[in-house]
Write a protein that binds this ligand. Sequence first.
Ligand code: AMP
Ligand code: MG
Length: 295
Amino acid sequence: MTPKQIERVMKRYRITNGKGFRLKDHDPDDIADGLVDKKDATALLAGGVTRLAELQELLYPYASWSMLCIFQAMDAAGKDGTIKHVMSGVNPQGVVVTSFKVPGPQALAHDFLWRISLALPERGQIGIFNRSHYEEVLVVRVHKQLLRAQHLPADLDGKRIWEHRLEDIAAFERYLGRQGTIVLKFFLNISKEEQKKRFQERLDDPNKNWKFSASDIEEREYWKEYMEAYEEAIVATAAPHAPWYVVPANNKWFARLVVVEAMIEALEALKLKPMEMQAPDRIRLEEARQRLLEE
Ligand code: AMP
Ligand code: MG
């Protein structure tokens, strides 16, 4: 694929303005009109993984910019596999992966962004969120009774709570952008039929049984509600400084390519150069070299 073709394909998945966004316009089976072939995918992904690792090596020494990649999806959409493959080449010292589960008592004693803030990447680092603050406008919105555990003052959990949460998330991400954190959000978009197939595999293959939890079947019943919640979240929070990528994820190999390409593009846009020493530091290096020689 030529760089121009890649750019055009990526634009299809990148949402920087939620106005008019409709999830139904996005096909989970999309593979970029056959521009890439499954048989080329392994080599392409390996190339992307290497490039990402090189870019991360440039990001790290400056300890200035950081990147936060958020993964959201329905169960079995491939969040874990995508994270595993895409990040496989990157120096582990420069990456922090956080999986957000049902919040425990300590998190519930705080505002919903508290545990999120604690897990943000340091300057120079890449942070990966496997689920995130978006759960607060997804699972909590679909199962409103979860709000009860959050001990909100009664006046503050009215009808407009979801609108307010979405506003607060958008403001939080804008703040992060202004602090030098590149925020990328990935929605791995699978179809309900594909999820069924993957659940069946998890049940059939003893090595995959552990990935299955009984509640997964129950959540499936709320598919429509989840899709509405995702759509509203994307509409309210897509921005140039915090784009959503609606990644077609029925084909795992394709989803991984889109994710690695998005991360590469975001880091390349920083135009980072290998760090060069300034004159006073170079003099100190020269002195150190002399001392070693004289030992
Ligand atoms: P898994 O990612 O499969 O290990 O499951 C984690 C579970 O935690 C999922 O069912 C999420 O919906 C749930 N979860 C994550 N964040 C929250 C949250 N803020 N409130 C309620 N449930 C959550
Ligand atoms: Mg699960």
